[in-house]
Design a protein around this ligand. Structure first.
Ligand code: FAD
Ligand code: N01
Length: 537
């Protein structure tokens, strides 16, 4: 680095890792606040999730008018979403537009994977190293590395040996993939699979779906947005955004005050029909007790199962598609377009791995207990090492040479889900212990970025160099996150929310379930108190 641009002799005031929704807004805010910043991004462009997940059918499940930045009224007015739930190319185009409009690219270094970050206790600075061997210093390091950015292959014998075309939904090629005339297999039935299966089935000669655990899915009822509706949203955007910020999940759901257990079976069914007709994640807002009372939850679960049985003509397939061993919504509820209908196609076969497990993968087949499925292409829709995966791939070393990986070996510990004791001047956007994946993530991202920027500006104004959470404050936060989760049904599912999808990963429920508004208030109180629970020097 020819010119050192950071105060205190560093290359930059801040290094941000990642250029998705989080990293882009972080750069915008830091620049606005006068901090010199460099963003390092392993991909070849901006967009994060929306750069990598180019599989057919990829789209958001929070309505686009809400799944978008609120920080710029001009941006809000000039960008027009074409669909209720926009598809990946449109969301990527939006993020590219944001990068261009605010001239962000000049501070982003693409094709640059960060391999390590070490805190220097003498200078109170981070030394960040890339895979190419470049080394950069900054007072602050901000990990905007994403919760769902470390794709995971299944632990199946021979998985690396399949010699024909393979794809992972989370690392999809940039050029179009044509499955026409091919025998395609897909492993997994989470959100990514549920979105892509109908598209692949329409193209392939035959699609075999390998399902280990069926998921609960509700229809999106996606549609193009009418100009009048878009205008209505745009004319009232500040109020709508405020509603999102003060809600539980970061998007408007309407107010429900009744518990499922307090109404008749007939009234319940009516409400589920109504909420189901609204489409998408709002279904879980049908009643107040769905995620805390197992009996109430079972009524919603049974409603979804009844819809599966109505749609899927073959009773055996319908039965296999009905989830039974965890409460609805405790793995992320899927939102689909024609997912269950796809099983009525003659070219689609469901293989239920519970009764017919995969034994191994060979160079041309998936071999299950009951037979060999020869395939021309194999799609892994097998998810991510979520919430901690991207961070644990970086060798992050804090005080006394202790790594974050060591600190987190029994589960992640982060104060407010933003900072970790022993790792001064390090911030995580939507880290474990924050609402992140249980919310409209753009709302959560904006709140984190604003908090971090405010904290850095405070330190600069006070002439301070180093901030880190106190271990007892962190312990209290981790206990709170766990106690809140235990109050709900969430821990009852073997979900990626608790690391259950990664062999050997500590089983700890990671997101904060208290909702984005309560969480925001807690973060604001900390800032207003002069960063109570933090050591600042
Ligand atoms: P990401 O978008 O994941 O960006 C992180 C970036 O960091 C990536 O570009 C990655 O390459 C980079 N990076 C990571 N490690 C390194 C490293 N070591 N060095 C350099 N760069 C690195 N959330 C919602 O709220 N609503 C939705 O509808 C929704 N839909 C989704 C659909 C899919 C298919 C997926 C996978 C996720 C979805 N999510 C959704 C969650 C989504 O991840 C977030 O909404 C949001 O895009 C996260 O933005 P981010 O910038 O924090 O992380
Ligand atoms: O990943 P997943 P995803 N053998 O972990 C199966 C967001 N997202 O990419 O449940 C056989 O949910 C695994 O089976 P099981 C959203 O937050 C949003 O689909 O472990 N199967 C499961 O079925 C989402 O939750 C959207 O038994 C194996 C699947 O692979 C998150 O990203 C769209 C296996 C993985 O499902 C992750 O979703 C896409 C094995 N060895 C993603 N290993 C929207 O709609 C794994 N599986 C907005």
């Amino acid at each position: 680095m020819a010119v050192r641009e950071g105060s205190g002799g560093t290359d930059f005031d801040a290094i941000v890792v990642g250029a998705g929704f989080s990293g882009l807004y972080m750069l915008y805010k830091l620049r606005e606040a006068g901090f010199t910043t460099r963003v390092l991004e392993s991909g070849g462009g901006v967009g994060g999730t929306w750069y990598w997940n180019r599989y057919p059918g990829a789209r958001c499940d929070v309505e686009s008018v809400d799944y978008s930045y609120s920080f710029s009224p001009e941006l809000e007015q000039e960008w027009t979403w074409s669909e209720r739930y926009s598809a990946q190319p449109e969301i990527l185009a939006y993020l590219e537009h944001v990068a261009d409009r605010f001239e962000l690219r000049r501070d982003i270094q693409f094709d640059t994977k960060v391999s390590s970050a070490r805190f220097d206790e003498d200078t109170n600075c981070w030394n960040v190293t890339t895979e190419h061997g470049e080394s950069l210093t900054a007072r602050f390091c901000i990990m905007a590395t994403g919760c769902l950015s470390a794709p995971k292959l299944p632990e199946i014998e021979g998985v690396e040996t399949f010699a024909r075309a393979t794809y992972h939904t989370g690392h999809w090629p940039h050029e179009p993939v044509d499955f026409s005339g091919l025998r395609v297999g897909i492993i997994g039935t989470g959100s990514s699979a549920i979105q892509s299966i109908p598209h692949i089935a329409r193209q392939a000669a035959h699609l075999t779906v390998f399902q280990r655990t069926p998921n609960f899915s509700v229809p999106a009822w996606n549609h193009p947005l009418e100009p009048d509706y878009v205008q209505e949203v745009k004319s009232d955007y500040p109020a709508r955004r405020e509603l999102c910020r003060t809600s539980q999940a970061g998007f408007p759901t309407g107010t429900v005050e009744e518990a499922a257990s307090s109404v008749s079976a007939e009234a319940r069914r009516r409400r589920y029909e109504e909420k189901g007709a609204e489409g998408g994640l709002r279904f879980l807002g049908s009643f107040t007790d769905l995620l805390v009372d197992p009996d109430a939850n079972e009524t919603a679960a049974e409603f979804i199962r009844s819809k599966i049985r109505e749609i899927v003509k073959d009773p055996e397939t319908a039965a296999a598609l009905c989830p039974r061993d965890y409460p609805a919504g405790t793995k992320r509820l899927c939102v689909d377009i024609d997912y269950y209908e796809t099983y009525n196609r003659p070219n689609v076969t469901l293989v239920d791995l519970r009764s017919n497990p995969i034994e191994r993968i060979t160079e041309d087949s998936v071999v299950t207990a009951q037979g060999t499925h020869e395939l021309d292409a194999l799609v892994f829709a097998t998810g991510f090492d979520a919430m901690t995966g991207a961070l644990s791939q970086i060798d992050i070393e804090g005080l006394g040479g202790r790594t974050l990986k060591e600190k987190w070996k029994d589960g992640p510990r982060a104060h407010l889900g933003l900072t970790a004791a022993g790792f001064p001047n390090l911030f995580m956007i939507t880290g474990p212990g924050s609402p992140s994946v249980l919310s409209n993530m753009v709302v959560s991202i904006e709140q984190h970025v604003d908090w971090v920027t405010q904290c850095m500006a405070y330190m600069r104004a006070e002439g301070l160099e180093r901030i880190e959470p106190q271990p007892d404050a962190e312990d209290e936060w981790v206990e709170l996150v766990s106690a809140l989760a235990d109050f709900t049904l969430f821990p009852r599912a073997n979900s990626w929310y608790r690391g259950a999808n990664v062999e050997g990963k500590a089983q700890v429920f990671m997101p904060y379930v208290g909702g984005v508004y309560t969480y925001r208030q807690q973060c604001d109180e900390v800032a207003q108190s002069g960063y109570k629970g933090f050591s600042i020097s």
